[in-house]
Design a binder for this molecule. Structure first.
Ligand code: G1P
Length: 292
């Protein structure tokens, strides 16, 4: 029996430079897709997969993310007085049970591996999920839930993977694949951001992971890798052979909301999913696409 997975770490310390000036005074994870901030999508996905405890790895200028999950006392009183039930309902997912949200400051931007290592006290010996809120996944079943299912089957670590164009391997952690049944791929090795000509495959990790706490012992060495940063991929590579380790071709579609095109596409895709917006969006898209 595997230990139940109840914890998620959400790294949110990044500067969001690709969205300046929007992110000058606001965390990029607060940027909305339609009407919900990216961080809310990440929490909703985790909750839908049974996760109950959350740890945000923040940095300077990111405190509004913690405020976001606090009680908005005056606002809620006013809405109640005015009997605005729909607004109160819209607010509900942004409240988190007392004691279920922890936040740790990553004082220096030393890499994703270092950010995860900052959560070591929160994790202890427990298995945990990692959700990178920039990677927004639209799926019938929550992507992180699909990984948890695979973790329950294999008893080891699992990362979400997809095939990317070969010329993009230098943006991702890339698998050296072993046995592959078309869905689950055994991981023989992992390389962070290899050049296309050096990449062992084009199967790349997207921002969803389920890891056993063993990864912390490798992270604690704080060895620098690609880009001079402490890389999560390098620490995971050291787990190969120690525990079962697989890539899961998840069902769903990822939008890279860390870049402008991915973010804009996500707006359209998520708006088209909304019964209250879909017809209008379809209508104006027709106008624009007809005109260009
Ligand atoms: C990080 C990881 C990389 C992973 C990617 C997924 O890179 O280091 O292995 O493939 O997230 O989005 P970043 O996007 O932070 O450069």
């Amino acid at each position: 029996m595997t230990k139940p997975l109840k914890k998620a770490v959400l790294p949110v310390a990044g500067l969001g430079t690709r969205f300046l000036p929007a992110t000058k005074a606001m965390p990029k994870e607060m940027l909305p897709v339609v009407d919900k901030p990216l961080i809310q999508y990440a929490i909703d996905e985790a909750r839908a997969a049974g996760i109950e405890e959350f740890c945000l790895i923040t940095g300077r200028g990111k405190d509004s993310l913690i405020d976001y999950f606090d009680v908005a006392f005056e606002l809620e009183v006013t809405l109640r007085e005015r009997n605005k039930k729909d607004c109160l309902e819209a607010l509900a997912p942004s409240s988190i049970e007392a004691g279920s949200l922890a936040a740790v400051r990553q004082q220096e931007p030393l890499g994703l591996g270092h950010a995860i290592w900052c959560a070591r006290s929160f994790i202890g010996d427990d298995p945990f999920a990692i959700i990178l809120p920039d990677d927004l996944v639209r799926a019938d079943r929550p992507c992180i839930g699909q990984l948890i299912e695979a973790y329950n089957q294999t008893g080891g670590s699992v990362v979400a993977v997809e095939e990317v164009p070969r010329e993009h391997t230098n943006r991702y952690g890339v698998l050296n694949p072993g046995k592959d049944d078309g869905k689950m791929v055994e991981i023989r090795g992992l390389v962070e951001k290899p050049k296309p000509e050096d990449a062992p495959s084009n199967l790349s990790i997207i921002g969803r992971y389920v890891l056993t706490a063993d990864v912390m012992k490798h992270l604690s060495k704080l060895e620098k890798g690609a880009g001079g940063e402490v890389q999560l991929t390098d620490a995971m590579a050291k787990m190969v052979g120690e525990i079962p380790f697989h890539g899961l071709r998840y069902e769903g579609r990822r939008f890279d909301c860390g870049n402008k095109i991915g973010f804009l596409e996500a707006q359209i895709a998520f708006a088209l999913d909304r019964p209250d917006l879909a017809d209008d969006v379809r209508g104006f898209l027709k106008n624009y696409t007809g005109a260009v």
